[in-house]
Design a protein around this ligand. Sequence first.
Ligand SMILES: NC(=O)c1ccc[n+]([C@@H]2O[C@H](COP(=O)([O-])OP(=O)(O)OC[C@H]3O[C@@H](n4cnc5c(N)ncnc54)[C@H](OP(=O)(O)O)[C@@H]3O)[C@@H](O)[C@H]2O)c1
Length: 276
Amino acid sequence: MDADTVWQLYPTPARETPLRGLYLGHALRDIGAAGDRPFVYTNYVQSIDGRIAIPRPSGKGMMVPTDTANDRDWRLFQELAVQADCLISSGRYLRDYAEGKAQEILRVYDEPRFDDLGRWRAERGLSRYPDLAVVSGSLDFPIPPFLTEAGRRVIVLTNGTAAPERMARLRDEGATVVVAGEEDVSGRAAIDALGEQGYRTLYMATGPRVHHLLLADNVLDRLYTTVAHRLLGGQPFSSLVEGDLLRPAVGLRLHALYYDPHALDGLGQQFVCYAR
Ligand SMILES: NC(=O)c1ccc[n+]([C@@H]2O[C@H](COP(=O)([O-])OP(=O)(O)OC[C@H]3O[C@@H](n4cnc5c(N)ncnc54)[C@H](OP(=O)(O)O)[C@@H]3O)[C@@H](O)[C@H]2O)c1
């Protein structure tokens, strides 16, 4: 078997298929264009024991474990991102970004290895990069100037109790600030607000609490997970959803399952896609 391929195990029959293009083939923009509200999807890489983030070695803040992160998963993360009109991120992400501690998700096609994804957008007449939505109650983060300088829109989704002077500062920095919930941002209000801005495909690329907001309001359409074949143990950790018990439980159907035997020096990983 070629290192450039993975096994599709579902839908059956099983077949070997190229890794490159795997998630582009899911044609998420077509689904978004056909729906009457935005199509919302997310993606997590996790260990077998369900860890998506563990403490940084410095003890300050959390990070994706180096034992689960890998280039093959990262390629597929970007294939999901490239299909979005807008990425959904968080105040936490932009705080880390300002300190140089965040994984780069905002300008990856500047890297030669992702040239083809930049072209993929250009060929479809899309802006070079998706716009950015930021979920935040604190509003305690700067807008990276390169975003607005390059003409990308930044939509901040916040709650009604957020500090007005911080809303004003973010507007001065070029953001559109939208109140999408009273005490807390609500998943439905956030997605409705982004729909009103004209977005049809939304890639939620943040952590377990924002994920919970979407699940609690039943506005997530697709969940992609990469299960890296390692167990990490340890406390504390983040799993892919955190918050109150979901009532009712959110049920999802298996949409696709791939086995990638080449990742992590041959340990392997699974790419699992669930749909509402
Ligand atoms: N393995 C993976 O695939 C993966 C994917 C994503 C993230 N992660 C990791 O998971 C860890 C946690 O991620 P995270 O901090 O981005 O995610 P998060 O727990 O979902 O929360 C992020 C931020 O969103 C804002 N927020 C959340 N719920 C809100 C609400 N109801 N109302 C208003 N604002 C709300 C807050 O911003 P403010 O503090 O500004 O108010 C909060 O700090 C990170 O270490 C990250 O690297 C891993």
